[in-house]
Design a protein around this ligand. Structure first.
Ligand code: ADP
Length: 279
């Protein structure tokens, strides 16, 4: 779905490479989280995936299309929908359903088809009952779900989310993560999630860590987070449960180093203490 070959990028007014020699292959239907401390190049990389920025060197392909092909920018943008941090900056309409209809209207989709898409996309993000509401009246999590519905209305194959929960409260974060996971699992939409929340990254199939514009770690959440010291050296945390397992291991407790969830930690501890695990 997304492929980069020796991708290099520098902003025009700077000689410094923000992305260096990125070789990446993101499979159709996968859910990839991108981690990295501030300024490591995550947002810049995300912008390569829908041709907001073009490589200074090397190549980026989206759904097989070379992003440098100016004639295909429209196809790329439609294929790879992007959701940003601040939902307020993404809203243009005064009513939720008009917001979702906006992109397909601009694409010249038939009115009947627009109606169907709006209903389908609002339902996919669990916002059907707010179709007639004013976006300004919604909570942050609800606004972000409307923003996702607006992107879905273009029928994208890839959803790229750049810290979509950074401005939300814990409830809003949960709503958005649940929605994103469902779209990935039930509709097969390829997801690239940029986040600085480790618990969100733990929900992905794959975690990529960027540091200083380079991919430094790439694996399943279990593989990546079990390297607690490496993550710390990159200025990143690991999920709290994994950290607990790490510290217990240092105290001699026999608990797997790749423990990721509370349930796993519970079972491992019961077993380490000689009890019986739950079914
Ligand atoms: P992240 O998303 O990981 O915080 P960014 O991709 O936003 O990182 O930034 C990577 C680097 O590029 C940083 O050093 C940042 O200062 C620089 N940068 C980001 N946007 C611009 C821009 N528009 N012009 C020049 N430099 C930029």
């Amino acid at each position: 779905m997304i492929k980069t070959e020796n991708l290099v990028f520098a902003y025009e007014d700077s000689a410094d490479e923000v992305l260096s020699n990125i070789n990446l292959n993101i499979e159709k239907g996968s859910f990839t989280a991108v981690l990295g401390h501030n300024g490591s190049g995550k947002s810049t990389l995300a912008k390569m995936f829908n041709a907001i920025l073009l490589p200074s060197g090397g190549k980026a392909y989206v759904n097989g299309i070379d992003t440098s092909d100016e004639k295909r920018v429209f196809d790329i943008r439609r294929s790879a929908g992007m959701v940003f941090q601040n939902p307020d900056n993404q809203m243009v309409a005064a009513v939720v359903e008009d917001e979702v209809a906006f992109a397909p209207e601009n694409l010249g989709v038939e009115p009947k088809e627009i109606r169907a898409r709006v209903d389908e996309c609002l339902s996919a993000v669990g916002m059907t009952k707010y179709a007639q509401s004013a976006p300004s009246k919604l909570s942050g999590g609800q606004k972000q779900r409307v923003a996702i519905a607006s992107v879905l209305a273009m029928n994208p194959e890839i959803l790229i989310l750049d810290e979509p929960t950074a401005m939300l409260d814990p409830m809003g974060r949960k709503e958005v993560m649940r929605t994103v996971k469902r779209l990935n699992k039930e509709q097969g939409i390829t997801v690239v999630l940029i986040t600085h929340y480790m618990d969100e990254a733990a929900e992905a199939d794959r975690v990529i860590v960027i540091d200083d514009g380079k991919i430094v770690t790439d694996g399943t959440p279990r593989e990546v987070f079990s390297e607690v010291e490496k993550m710390k050296s990159l200025g990143l945390d690991v999920p709290q449960v994994t950290l607990l397992a790490h510290e217990l291991r240092a105290l001699g407790v026999n608990i797997p180093r790749d423990t990721l969830t509370v349930d796993e930690a519970f079972d491992a501890l019961v077993s380490a203490l000689g009890g019986e695990t739950r079914d």
